[in-house]
Design a protein around this ligand. Structure first.
Ligand code: 1CP
Length: 355
């Protein structure tokens, strides 16, 4: 095998780490870093009207993407959007019930599926890509821009249930009762999401992340995990790399537990995002094959104080010998005080609490 050096000299530490280099301190960004814990986000969100309006307003969405970079100087920005713009872009009805979360008209029959488009609505796609272009132009060159989408399984759970569910039971039930329909939904999502990531990379995203937030619902059995988490993501990574050979891809199969090493070996991603439930010795073992990202518990960031310092130090100590991107194990909680994020940034970068 010929080893091609993947990092280029102008890459910042985030992209260098994704290419397998080790940095001290590690690059840092936080999942959901643009959002309700920031007063400047709440102000802009109130002016924009609905959350979805904000997602499709390139100037405002770009501004929201940049807010946490200005405040904290993170090493990467993540496009402000949502994983559910993909079913919305296929024509599924979507709205965000204030204070409750997403609502969609469920897709549970072949007739429902037949009403979906085969590709992303160009007007909605254009708005997202304009946001990507605006953010890339505005960011400092050393700060990476991450594009993203949901993994087919996770997006399907919302499309089928019509909302977030604690156990993803409606999607699991459809996979059991109408396998052919479930497979059609997954296949459509593989295709559209692959094209969507390629478009984001071509518009200026430096890397992309695939969020499989509900992979944990598939871990009761390896065949289930392979069929609905691993295989669709592997098809996506292959498709993205066919179109963009230098694409850098992070997979976040949240809750994968004992299947994390299988995912790291076979999903075709450059780095694996780890949730807070994975033990640090297992995280370190995974680092032998791939860079890892994670895995501070968002509740520890919410709590702050010495517990936060201690948890950060443990992660740094365990993962500093290999390529590591510092992040949370899941999205930042809206009640998180800004002072705790400042404490985290200082601790990771070694400018806080020394001695
Ligand atoms: O009221 C508001 O302002 C809306 C809250 C909000 C925000 C800020 C939602 C609704 N989505 C987002 C932004 C978002 N969503 C980003 C932006 C970039 C960033 O990280 O800063 C990203 C990457 C997502 C991804 C996303 N959306 C996921 C995957 C990650 C995860 O958290 O597991 C999922 C599952 C969603 C669906 C969704 N969108 C919004 C909510 C509240 C939810 C979860 C709903 C549920 O399961 O009940």
């Amino acid at each position: 095998m010929i080893l091609v050096p993947r990092a280029s000299p102008k890459d910042g530490t985030f992209l260098k780490t994704l290419a397998g280099e080790r940095s001290n301190p590690p690059p840092l960004w936080l999942m959901r870093q643009a959002g309700r814990y920031l007063p400047e986000y709440r102000d802009l969100r109130a002016k924009a009207g609905s959350f979805l309006d904000l997602c499709y307003a390139p100037r405002l969405a770009a501004e929201v993407t940049l807010q946490p970079i200005r405040r904290f100087g993170f090493d990467a920005a993540i496009l402000f959007s949502d994983i559910l713009v993909v079913p919305h872009g296929l024509g599924q009805t979507l709205w965000f019930a204030e204070g409750e979360g997403p609502r969609l008209t469920p897709v549970t029959t072949p007739a429902d599926f037949a009403r979906l488009s085969e590709s992303f609505d160009p007007a909605k796609l254009g708005a997202v890509l304009e946001t990507v272009e605006r953010v890339r132009t505005a960011l400092p060159p050393e700060t990476a821009l991450i594009g993203f989408c949901g993994a087919p399984w996770t997006v399907a759970t919302y499309m089928i249930a019509g909302r977030g569910t604690p156990d993803q039971a409606p999607a699991l039930a459809l996979a059991a009762s109408d396998l052919a329909l479930f497979q059609l939904i997954i296949d459509r999502l593989v295709k559209v999401s692959t094209d969507y990531l390629v478009a984001q990379l071509e518009a200026g995203a430096d890397a992309v992340q695939i969020f499989d937030s509900w992979a944990g619902a598939l871990t009761s059995d390896e065949a289930l995990y392979r069929r609905w988490c691993l295989d669709p993501i592997r098809r996506m990574t292959e498709g993205v790399r066919r179109a963009v050979p230098r694409a850098r891809i992070i997979g976040f199969p949240k809750g994968s537990g004992r299947f994390y090493s299988l995912f790291a070996a076979e999903a075709g991603v450059d780095a694996v995002g780890l949730d807070q439930h994975l033990a640090l010795d297992e995280a370190r073992a995974l680092q032998a094959s791939r860079p890892v990202q994670g895995n501070l518990d968002p509740k520890v960031l919410l709590a702050g104080g010495e517990a936060l310092d201690h948890a950060v130090d443990m992660i740094l100590a365990a993962l500093s010998t290999g390529p590591h991107i510092f992040n949370l194990g899941h999205g930042i909680l809206p009640q998180t005080p800004i002072a705790h994020v400042e404490q985290l940034v200082g601790r990771v970068r070694g400018t806080h609490g020394a001695g």
